[in-house]
Design a binder for this molecule. Structure first.
Ligand SMILES: O=C(O)CC1=CCC(=O)O1
Length: 263
């Protein structure tokens, strides 16, 4: 289903589920995915919350302008979407790139953030040369060339070899990412460093990470946890970069408990 709204100068693809009038939980996707990456969280969340899912700039059904994007742009996209839908403030849940957006949202637009859940993310992802290499590969060979290494970062070997049917959907998501969208977002990640500003985050915050995440490892989550006053940290066993898919029950429980905490 494609529902778009023009905000921040681009068409943003989004979906609303759950009871009208309930507190809004906004879910923000990672690089090379789209809002369906949250499908396993929907039965839990939509029973209690109004859930706003959207595709970040360059991903899924959202427009993919040519050129480098910035983390500021990804953040003002989220702000513009919230405002265009007439929402006052959200419980923001972002995974990886979604977590970068969430951090800057909480820093620059604190009134829009009731709480913040940062999943498998970081305040910076050096070295910038790594992102430039990936950009060059995508430009030359397309996003398919990035798929094998991406799957290795996203899931443990055990899960990759499990034959879980959700892996096919994940492959489709990766292949469905427009090259311009990948390049634009990878440039935003290459150029991002929010580490010096973590103390500005005042929203109630939970940090979640897969114990075996090689992309945003637990050490990065520790940096977030230590830098954000009052935050809590949950490390999920037997999961890599996408624990919301690989360890759905544990991830959902960590999220449910946090959201129910009255944040
Ligand atoms: O795909 C990866 O390797 C890791 C990643 C960085 C930003 C993001 O969203 O995923």
């Amino acid at each position: 289903m494609k529902t778009t709204i023009t905000a921040n100068g681009i068409a943003i693809n989004y979906r609303l589920d759950g009871p009208v009038g309930a507190p809004v939980v906004m879910l923000s996707n990672s690089l090379m995915s789209n809002y369906t990456m949250w499908d396993d969280q929907m039965p839990l969340l939509a029973a209690t919350y109004r859930v706003l899912r959207y595709d970040q700039r360059g991903h899924g059904g959202t427009e993919a302008p040519v050129g480098s994007y910035s983390i500021e742009q990804l953040t003002t996209d989220a702000v513009a979407l919230i405002e265009a839908l007439g929402i006052t403030a959200v419980h923001f849940v972002g995974l990886s790139m979604g977590g970068f957006t969430g951090q800057l949202l909480a820093m620059d637009y604190p009134d829009k953030v009731r709480s913040l859940c940062l999943c498998d993310t970081a305040c910076a992802m050096p070295p910038s040369s790594l992102w430039q290499e990936r950009i060059d590969i995508a430009r030359r060979d397309g996003v398919a060339a990035l798929m094998p290494a991406t799957l290795e970062r996203w899931f443990t070997k055990k899960f990759r070899e499990s034959g879980d049917p959700r892996l096919d959907k994940v492959r489709e998501m990766i292949l469905g990412t427009e090259v311009d969208g990948y390049i634009g977002c990878a440039a935003a990640i290459r150029d991002m460093d929010l580490c010096g500003r973590l103390a500005e985050i005042a929203s109630p915050t939970r940090v979640i990470v897969g114990a075996d995440d090689p992309a945003c490892p637990p050490a990065y989550a520790q940096t977030l946890h230590q830098g954000i006053a009052g935050s809590s940290l949950v490390v999920l066993p037997d999961a890599a970069h996408l624990p919301n898919i690989e360890q759905t029950q544990l991830f959902n429980e960590a999220l449910r408990e946090f959201l129910a905490g009255g944040a």
